[in-house]
Unconditional design. Structure first.
Length: 418
């Protein structure tokens, strides 16, 4: 294999790992274009898909086109940071062996946190989400325990290389089923007089929400990376659909209906303090799930206190949920852009876990129950509302990038270098 083949092979492998770690397509394209001159490539043209990278490179009069298949997409914040740090500190001259050696070290590194810790923190995050959706002690406890078990099961199935669609179905079925059992048991034990499934049922499976690909798709659409953005959206919809199958089965078997139990009544001070704590715990838990360090997870928690606190305050003031969610996500994105303007931190690794707690859990629950009851029109109504809130959440982050980055406001045509 000649030198140009080696260079483009190393570059494609770098792009593959960048995408697999959760990066957007346009950031991956920029990274590869930045590395190309250091590898002696005079011109580089690329085409990206969710599972395929195609690149044509030129060095002098020599041209090479290579195709690389991309593995299953994932999320790893620490790996993404290492890859971006490598791009920002690229020496003037680089050889393929150096790139391969760096990628070998990155891919072989162990995750920062073990599966037991991740299961526990994920459970705590889902319990916090149950409170924010109006749950009491029963829903918080049941959702937390069920989510912890569900996340543990997901880790086990992932290590056995099971299909992600099968994993989502099985974990959705297991976590939601366990939640129902635990909630009923707690009621029988006298912890509460009734259950509020609208608060806890979806909370038990919040860890299955594919936040990174949803936000990445929105950002890529903003930068006209349409092919990979649409592929990501289809992938997200398939994952959510497979999880919904498991939840629908539990709803049918358990005979769950829409409940009207009011949320626990708290004083204004207690409610505010509990919301702050729940937002912080939830965001920290999801940051650790995405392989953030403890320090970065604390920072994400503070972002969630501000962004989600604003969203809840606006809702209390009568602002519609989509608008409140958009403004909350926008503030999170702008804060990250402002605070990290001079640092080599991928913004997406901080913004996504900070806004996960804004997912419309109650609307999602109502959609599943109404579909199960055969009330198709009512289910479509709440389903569209839930989808619109999720879209506004992603667009809030996308607009913050648009406002804070000059490059995002310019029309760009990727024609390569040279």
């Amino acid at each position: 294999m000649d030198a140009l083949h080696e260079s483009i092979h190393a570059l494609l492998r770098f792009g593959e790992q960048f995408l697999q770690a959760g990066s957007t397509a346009y950031r991956t394209r920029e990274a590869m274009l930045h590395l190309a001159p250091a590898l002696g490539i005079d011109s580089l043209h690329m085409k990206m898909d969710l599972r395929c990278l195609v690149a044509t490179a030129r060095r002098g009069e020599e041209r090479v086109t290579l195709v690389r298949e991309i593995g299953a997409p994932g999320v790893d914040s620490r790996e993404l940071k290492k890859l971006q740090h490598f791009v920002l500190h690229t020496p003037p001259h680089l050889d393929a062996a150096t790139v391969h050696g760096f990628l070998d070290r990155v891919s072989s590194a162990r995750r920062l946190h073990g599966p037991l810790l991740i299961s526990l923190t994920t459970g705590a995050a889902c319990g916090a989400f149950a409170f924010l959706n109006g749950g009491g002690a029963t829903e918080i406890s049941a959702a937390a325990l069920a989510a912890a078990v569900g996340q543990g099961l997901r880790s086990l199935l992932h290590r056995r290389h099971l299909s992600p669609y099968a994993i989502y179905t099985l974990c959705g079925l297991a976590a939601s089923g366990l939640y129902v059992v635990l909630a009923q048991l707690l009621v029988l034990l006298g912890v509460d007089s009734q259950t509020r499934h609208s608060a806890g049922f979806v909370s038990a499976v919040l860890f299955l929400v594919p936040g990174f690909p949803m936000v990445s798709a929105a950002l890529d659409l903003l930068r006209q990376e349409t092919n990979i953005a649409l592929a990501r959206l289809v992938h997200v919809l398939m994952l959510l659909f497979m999880a919904a199958l498991g939840l629908a089965a539990v709803i049918a078997l358990a005979g769950i209906t829409l409940d009207t139990a009011p949320p626990p009544q708290l004083s204004l001070g207690a409610l505010t303090g509990a919301r702050v704590l729940a937002s912080f715990v939830g965001a920290c838990g999801f940051a650790l799930l995405f392989n953030e360090s403890f320090l970065d997870a604390l920072f994400v928690g503070l972002l969630a206190i501000i962004g989600n606190g604003l969203r809840l305050w606006l809702r209390d003031g009568g602002v519609s949920l989509p608008l409140a969610t958009f403004l909350g996500a926008l503030v999170v994105g702008l804060l990250v852009s402002l605070l990290l303007r001079r640092l080599a931190e991928p913004r997406i690794t901080l913004t996504v876990p900070a806004v996960i707690m804004m997912v419309p859990g109650v609307y999602t629950f109502e959609t599943l129950v109404r579909f199960n009851e055969g009330s198709v029109l009512a289910a479509l109504g709440t389903g569209v509302q839930a989808a619109f809130v999720v879209v506004t959440m992603g667009m809030g982050l996308a607009v913050s990038r648009f406002l804070s980055e000059k490059a995002s406001r310019r029309e760009r045509g990727y024609t390569g270098r040279g």
